[in-house]
Design a protein around this ligand. Structure first.
Ligand code: SF4
Length: 700
């Protein structure tokens, strides 16, 4: 038994559950990870990634020195491996990065730069990032991967209640009376949350309705499993609302006191009968009635959803229709209720909270509100751009059209996460300058001019905010590899060089002693964070925002008295078909997503022990389809779409329905996004990763 020299408490760097972990350290190596039993949100529970997937921190391929592309300046830009770069000093790399970015800003303006901050980096890193983008580059073109996972949830909830965060806490889950899980393979994507949800069913008798085309593990615990055809979710939710209105199962008091538009909304549901929804979705009308009654009749009921319904061309409509259900039943604003989009990455909530979005400063304060902007201008001592910036996908479009000349990417890998990767590569090749800041050389790094090596979560201090708005500390446990530096340190140094290059007489202020000072500045400017500090988090383990003052306990559930928008807005919807449907040439529907043992583009998990458990790209094929195509389990097959093709190993399973295949998006050698289309939700601009038409071909 190895004896630890030190045990360091921190927060898991993978998913939005935000599990607390104890890292056991000896000779500067993490050799074991455990979970403390007495601390929220996980109370001793961890999944495979948290327990066994942390060894990526010690992987020999960590970036250790700044790198500069050998053929920098050559056009068009080509993808090159590590051998296409040379090592540089920090001085040279930062000076050159500042010179290149400043030249583009001077010639074309700040809006010619597109920037991506990171849902894996800390709140403090992201605060400094958006401050550099807004306060030095002079643009609001800052976005991050939330655009590609829950932008539709954000848009839908903003439209209906004026807030997009998960409304209730993880701690309330085990005491639910009834709940709906839709578009979330919770046991694999948020494993520890799934244990609390299953506990609610098994120990406490909660009723569960799963609405999902795949036979995910949660269906084993469900009273009702509504297996809709992919892309028909809105019809199901509308029909459930129809049942609730038609059978008068709604909460009149709540509707009168807290909502608006009920009359028009109720009228709009007249034709949305369960039989209508059955015709579109294939789900028997009585199953829809049963699920609606279960939800409406419960004392307290909550809805949980994931990317399965948000990554869709009707993602906003999905979120709006779920909000409508909560508003007519009054299942919001109390413990054990609520609207709960389960956030993906460890700090995707915090990255949005810290201003990593093109339309808002930290705390969702609008950049185009003169009073709000004035507050930031006074504090930073500079003038700010009043125009809302571009979203991730709009930046890709602008780059293609020549409006964006440079990308600055921190801790993201768009060359794995963008839809239609062939198109994304074409756009990347056309840029004048690409600056990357990361912990590994990834697919996006192949297109970079300068790569700045950053520290991982295990080597730095700061905070992550988990899916239920709980702000928690991370703490340094091991030394940084080579010359890697903390993101906020790199950004501060780059910002100051940029200010010099751009001839700024006043600095926006980038001299911080440590991440707690950065948090204090953000909290000073953000009412919801004003009661939280690093010192308080040392004492209390975690605090849910909103927390407006030091003596405020934090807010585990939202909307007790009102919504940020005042009344909840009941919103009529029209059902729309999907952007791409199967045909004779591409007869299967492709859905993409995660598996338990890997994470997003695989940059971290594929450099951990977990790679031994799940080392190959796979495709789920239903036995009927496999038989028709002469495919056996384990066969390598080609999957083709109108955009590209990949080769994957077949899993023959009834998990995906006939006519639908599922491919995890973690494998660069068979990137699922070679196949996906970039059709987008019109409001949220989120691409549809769940509904592309593909063909399967057996390989000899
Ligand atoms: Fe980490 Fe999420 Fe697993 Fe918890 S459930 S250990 S936060 S990956």
């Amino acid at each position: 038994m190895i004896e630890a020299q030190e045990v360091v408490r921190s927060t898991c760097p993978y998913c939005g559950v935000g599990c607390q972990i104890d890292m056991y350290i000896k000779e500067d190596q993490i050799f074991r990870v455990e979970a403390p039993f007495d601390v929220a949100p996980n109370f001793g529970r961890l999944c495979a990634k948290g327990r066994f997937g942390i060894d990526f921190v010690q992987h020999p391929s960590r970036l250790k020195k700044p790198l500069i592309r050998k053929d920098i300046g050559e056009s068009p830009r080509k993808a090159v491996g590590l051998e296409g770069f040379r090592e540089a000093t920090w001085e040279e790399a930062l000076d050159l990065a500042a010179e290149k970015l400043a030249a583009i800003v001077a010639q074309h303006g700040g809006d010619a730069v597109g920037t991506f901050c990171s849902a894996k980096a800390t709140n403090e890193d992201n605060y400094i990032f958006q401050k550099l983008v807004r306060g030095v580059l002079g643009t609001n073109n800052v976005d991050h991967c939330a655009r590609l996972c829950h932008a539709a949830s954000v848009a839908g909830l903003q439209l209906t209640i004026g807030s997009s965060a998960m409304s209730n806490s993880i701690a309330e889950m085990k005491d639910l009376d009834a709940f709906i899980v839709t578009g979330s393979n919770t046991t694999e994507t948020h494993p520890v949350i799934s244990t609390f949800l299953r506990e609610a069913v098994v120990r406490n008798g909660a009723k569960l309705a799963v609405i999902d085309p795949r036979q995910i593990e949660m269906t084993e615990f469900a009273d009702h499993w509504l297996r809709q055809k992919p892309g028909t979710d809105v019809a199901i939710f509308q029909a459930m609302a129809h049942v609730i209105v038609h059978e008068e199962l709604y909460n009149s008091d709540f509707i009168d006191d807290r909502t608006e538009g009920f009359g028009e909304y109720a009228k709009s549901l007249a034709d949305c009968t369960p039989e209508w929804a059955e015709g579109l979705s294939g789900v028997p009308a009585d199953q829809i009635r049963d699920a609606a009654r279960m939800y409406a009749n419960a004392e307290r009921a909550a809805i949980y959803w994931g990317m399965g319904i948000s990554q869709s061309v009707h993602g906003t409509d999905n979120a709006v229709s779920l909000a409508n259900l909560a508003l007519i039943t009054g299942h919001i604003g109390k413990p054990g209720t609520g609207l709960n989009p389960l956030r993906g990455q460890n700090n995707v909530q915090g990255c949005s909270d810290s201003g990593g979005l093109p339309n808002v400063f930290p705390g969702y304060q609008l950049v185009n509100d003169p009073d709000i902007r004035g507050k930031f201008e006074n504090d930073w001592g500079i003038q700010l751009n009043p125009d809302v910036g571009l979203t991730t996908m709009e930046m890709v479009d602008a780059a293609e059209q020549g409006g964006i000349k440079a990308y600055f990417v921190m801790g993201e890998n768009p060359m794995m996460s963008e839809p239609d990767l062939r198109h994304a590569r074409h756009v990347m090749a056309s840029l004048e300058f690409v600056l990357l800041q990361d912990i590994f050389f990834n697919e996006t790094a192949e297109y970079a001019d300068i790569i700045l090596p950053a520290t991982s979560f295990a080597e730095k201090a700061g905070t992550f905010t988990n899916s239920d708005r709980r702000v928690q500390l991370i703490r340094p446990a091991v030394p940084a590899p080579g010359e890697a530096r903390d993101d906020w340190v790199i950004l501060s140094e780059l910002a100051q060089r940029l200010e010099t290059e751009l001839g700024r007489e006043e600095s926006a202020g980038f001299e911080f002693d440590d991440p707690s000072a950065i948090w204090d500045e953000m909290a000073r400017l953000t009412p919801d964070f004003q009661g939280i500090s690093h010192a308080r988090l040392q004492r209390e383990d975690g605090v849910h925002w909103p927390c407006p003052s030091e003596d405020h306990p934090g807010t585990p559930y939202l909307f007790e008295d009102d919504f940020p928008s005042g009344r909840g807005r009941l919103t009529p919807l029209d059902y729309r078909p999907s952007a791409e449907l199967p045909n004779d040439e591409y007869p299967f529907i492709l859905s993409t997503g995660r598996v338990l043992y890997h994470w997003h583009g695989g940059t971290m998990t594929r450099r951990s022990k977990l790679e031994d458990i799940y080392p190959e790209p796979t495709v789920e094929v239903h036995p009927n389809d496999a038989e028709n195509l002469g495919i056996a389990a384990g066969d390598w097959i080609k999957v083709r779409s109108r955009r590209g093709e990949i080769q994957v190993r077949t899993l023959v399973t009834e998990r995906s329905p006939t006519g639908t295949v599922f491919i995890p998006f973690h494998f660069a050698e068979a990137a699922a996004n070679e196949l996906t289309l970039d059709a987008r939700d019109p409001q949220a601009k989120i691409p549809d990763y769940k509904m592309s038409a593909v063909a399967l071909e057996k390989l000899n």
